[in-house]
Design a protein around this ligand. Structure first.
Ligand code: ZN
Length: 391
């Protein structure tokens, strides 16, 4: 059964621009109607515990932070601003950002992209994530040359923390970046602490469970399921008593399987012919998630970027409402694979601002998440294949 909600991407119920009174009423009713009709079917645990309003955070690039913009965000109901922190932003700029955000009484979070790092990938090609043994990713890169026996194909520019060398380099980088930020920030969001996209080779950008899946390693593998848990521990030691919040990606879904693996029903095609969504991946996901959440209290970010993940086909649950699928993935997968269900109020869900952010914010609120992060910065999740020598 297809148990995930399907949200129409267009139509008056989710229209935001040019609201007539009738339309704005429909907009208000939309999430309630959705929850009510969904409840009649099969409500995943937690979706009903929806009454407390989540913290509202807007995620932006540093140059978007002006005093006028901060006042606008405040008017728009945001309680906090998360700002992308990377090598482009020096100490003086960090001070200015801190002054502008806290000057208006909003909380400041820094957002650091970890694994997707073009500079590190170019400097250390051997640290990149590999595309696993399956070749289904090729459907998105037709004509890409075959690797020979002494080569391995990597997902440029993804440098996950799963090689010891990369783990250390990332830790050093986070520490270096944080030194630029004056006191006064509330927390740090660390994105992409899992393996790279298409990790088994299926081509799905959300396939993150595997590392060097049946291909040769090109650096020193960090064994175990707890790389992210260890990374967070180390970052916490280096950031005083601030909140350090990992941001996580859910894996391939049942609807991504080929038709022959779903009783002939069509699906998104995101996993090509590979059955990873119901194969090894839910178990590996549960082990990695459990290692993280048992080692650390506090919130966990959940990337629900429907366009970045190509979750745009409304007939398969895509569109701005896809965030409910990401939450439902946790509700379903963790208990089914020996993990513990996560309380929704621990989730900080990251949604794109594609003009339908109001609907996404409402849905997140109904789902009872602790915070909704509306990103106006581009959180790139793409990759390009690159073949390197495995020697
Ligand atoms: Zn896969």
């Amino acid at each position: 059964m297809h148990w995930l909600p399907q949200i129409a991407e267009s139509g008056p119920a989710v229209s935001v621009a040019g609201l007539s009174p009738g339309r704005s009423l429909r907009l208000l009713l939309f999430p309630a109607m959705f929850v009510a009709s969904f409840a009649a079917q099969q409500l995943p645990p937690g979706l009903e515990q929806a009454n407390r309003k989540p913290v509202q955070i807007v995620l932006v690039e540093p140059d978007a932070v002006t005093s006028a913009a901060v006042s606008e965000w405040k008017k728009d109901g945001f309680n906090a601003v998360a700002v992308v922190l990377d090598e482009r932003t020096g100490e003086a700029a960090c001070r200015e950002i801190t002054r502008k955000v806290s000057g208006d009484g909003l909380d400041l979070y820094w957002w650091i992209e970890v694994a997707r790092n073009p500079n590190l990938a170019a400097a250390h090609p051997g640290w990149m994530a590999s595309l696993g043994m399956h070749e289904d990713w090729r459907k998105n890169f037709p004509g890409f040359p075959q690797a020979n026996a002494s080569e391995v194909t990597k997902a440029f520019p993804w440098v996950p923390i799963n090689y010891c060398e990369a783990f250390d380099a990332h830790l050093e980088r986070v520490e270096r970046l944080l030194k630029r930020a004056p006191p006064g920030w509330r927390g740090l969001l660390l994105n992409d602490l899992q393996a790279g996209p298409s990790s088994c080779g299926c081509g799905n950008l959300q396939c993150r469970w595997a590392f060097d899946y049946r291909v040769n390693a090109t650096a020193t593998k960090l064994e175990g399921d707890d790389a992210a848990a260890r990374f967070i521990t180390e970052v916490r030691k280096r950031s005083g008593n601030k909140a350090v919040i990992p941001v996580w990606t859910t894996e391939c879904e049942e609807v991504d399987l080929p038709a022959e693996k779903r009783q002939g029903r069509s699906g998104t095609g995101l996993c090509g012919t590979v059955g990873c969504a119901t194969g090894t991946c839910p178990g590996a996901f549960t082990r990695q998630w459990s290692a993280l959440t048992s080692a650390h209290d506090g919130p966990v970010g959940l990337l629900a970027l429907h366009t970045a993940f190509r979750r745009t086909q409304t007939e398969f649950g895509g569109g701005p409402g896809w965030l409910t699928n990401a939450i439902a993935y946790l509700d379903k997968t963790l208990p089914a694979n020996g993990g513990r269900a996560i309380s929704h109020d621990r989730l900080w869900i990251v949604v794109e601002d594609t003009g339908k952010a109001a609907a996404s914010r409402e849905l997140a609120s109904k789902a009872g998440v602790g915070a909704v992060i509306v990103t106006r910065a581009r959180i790139d999740q793409s990759y390009e294949p690159r073949t390197i020598s495995a020697k």
